[in-house]
Write a protein that binds this ligand. Structure first.
Ligand code: GDP
Length: 463
């Protein structure tokens, strides 16, 4: 990262041939740097032109015109970063864009690193850390729900909710400390009961927000899902159906899928990171490659977060089906039994499939739309809370947010416990202070440099 005293510049649009490209420059001195290379047609100096208005002019370096552009200046603090910022819209060719950027760099700017503009916005107090994370997710969004989750409304709701919890903790802390520091002052009554009630409200708010994580994570990060089943049960047919293309080879020959195929796809509101594994069997005729595939499948079953166990109900339940049931039984994650080939006469009864969260009949080959719908309903039931309105409610979605908020809740619970055990308010105060530390970590007020760097490294240069 560059020093905050430097003016940073970068191309903010993706590389490639396009209608226009945007080059962004930010920092104290950005307008002076622009004045060295950008000359408005009006003849006025750019730094003296109207702010937040597009100014037409030329980029000229050493007397040579590089491009005619539209440039806008955003004086601090009314810009994305909160610093003086210049945005130049030039023609979107690869070479012309690079040449304009290089002219700005030679005039005094330095190249921005990944996420540096947003990082400056965070440092300048324009964004909380959770808002910065949401912007990173917004850039990566592939589904409408991901977009809603990271959009402006949702970002604002989460920031407001965290600020509310933080403000309650600050108010509680200051009341407790005022009483400890000025025991003789008449500061009004603030009984243990009131401290407990206030802590209890904070606890409920933290729990409510924490309960949104399951839904938030399912939508934004996705659920590691494994399709398992004996050879020929229809794993690859289902995998291809879900991802919408013939990626896995479908044949009647057992052991066709030897390696693990993976893909990401939305199913209803949930994002699935799905893997089609080699069919699990234990047979003399398996070669070394198939054996490795089967071992890999067993390992993936143990590590996944959602299991689709697929069975062919048109054939009698056999030893291979039993192996699958055994392999899935020891896994403590949501499990869905898919009784496949429902278009053929069934010879296995549903009662054979115990221990699953859901048991659904599908035909991956002949009833595609219905199969996808049934599966989507089950997965959404298991991983999302229907009462949560995406885009409107405050929702946490990253492991970092979950960890900080859980820590905050633990300290709030510990403070309540101290009071319940009859300790004085000052005994609870250290836990309240730690809870405040944890929530400050969540919104980025007090967070390690390592975490901040990790978050901003996910951004592209120019954002
Ligand atoms: P895998 O070994 O578990 O991956 O099974 P495949 O997906 O390769 O399917 C094995 C065979 O079963 C293929 O011939 C598929 O066309 C067939 N198959 C898969 N699903 C269905 C289904 O729902 N109904 C019928 N009738 N055949 C299916």
């Amino acid at each position: 990262m560059n020093s905050l005293t430097q003016v940073i510049a970068a191309v903010s649009t993706p590389p490639g041939k396009d209608g226009v490209a945007i080059i962004r420059m930010s920092g104290e001195g950005a307008f002076e740097i622009a004045d060295r290379v950008f000359f408005p047609i009006s003849g006025r100096k750019f730094s003296e032109c109207m702010p937040r208005t597009q100014i037409y002019g030329n980029i000229i370096e050493d007397g040579e015109r590089i491009d005619d552009v539209l440039a806008t200046r955003f004086p601090a603090p009314h810009s994305y970063t909160g610093e003086d910022t210049v945005e130049i819209g030039c023609h979107g060719g690869i070479l012309v864009t690079r040449t304009v950027l290089e002219a700005l760099l030679r005039a005094g700017a330095v190249p921005a690193t990944a996420g540096e503009f947003t990082r400056r916005a965070f440092i300048g107090g324009r964004l909380s850390l959770t808002e910065a994370e949401a912007i990173s997710d917004l850039l990566e969004a592939k589904t409408r729900d991901q977009l809603r989750l990271s959009g402006g409304d949702a970002r604002g709701r989460l920031t407001a909710k965290i600020a509310e919890i933080r403000a309650s903790l600050v108010s509680l802390m200051s009341s407790i400390y005022a009483r400890i520091d000025y025991p003789d002052e008449d500061l009004g009554d603030f009984s243990d009961g009131e401290v407990r009630a206030s802590l209890y409200n904070i606890k409920v708010e933290c729990e409510k927000l924490l309960s949104t994580y399951r839904t938030g994570r399912a939508i934004s990060e996705g659920i590691d899902t494994v399709i398992c089943g004996k050879p020929n049960a229809g794993k690859s047919t289902l995998y291809n159906l879900l991802i919408g293309e013939d990626a896995a080879i479908v044949t009647d020959i057992p052991g066709t899928t030897r390696d693990v195929l993976t893909s990401s796809l939305p199913l209803g509101r949930v994002m699935l990171k799905i893997a089609d594994t080699a069919g699990i069997r234990d047979s003399e005729d398996m070669d070394a490659v198939e054996r490795i595939g089967v071992e890999k499948s067993r390992k993936m079953i143990k590590e996944c977060e959602l299991l689709f166990a697929i069975f062919d109900i048109s054939r009698p339940f056999d030893e291979e089906d039993r192996l699958i049931l055994e392999a899935t039984r020891s896994v403590n994650v949501p499990k869905i039994a898919l009784l496949n080939k429902a278009d053929l006469p069934a010879v296995i009864d549903e009662s054979a499939f115990t221990g699953f969260d859901e048991v659904i009949r599908i035909s991956a080959k002949c009833g595609e739309a219905e199969a996808v719908q049934k599966l989507s309903n089950s997965v959404n039931r298991l991983f999302t809370d229907e009462k949560i309105v995406i885009g409107q409610d405050a929702i946490i979605s990253s492991a970092r947010q979950h960890a900080s908020l859980s820590r905050c809740l633990d300290f709030v619970r510990a403070a309540i416990e101290s009071l319940d055990l009859g300790f004085m308010q000052d005994a609870a105060s250290s836990d309240v202070e730690r809870a405040l530390g944890a929530i400050s970590e969540l919104d980025g007020r007090s967070v390690s440099e390592e975490i901040v760097s990790d978050i901003f490294s996910r951004f592209c240069v120019g954002k």
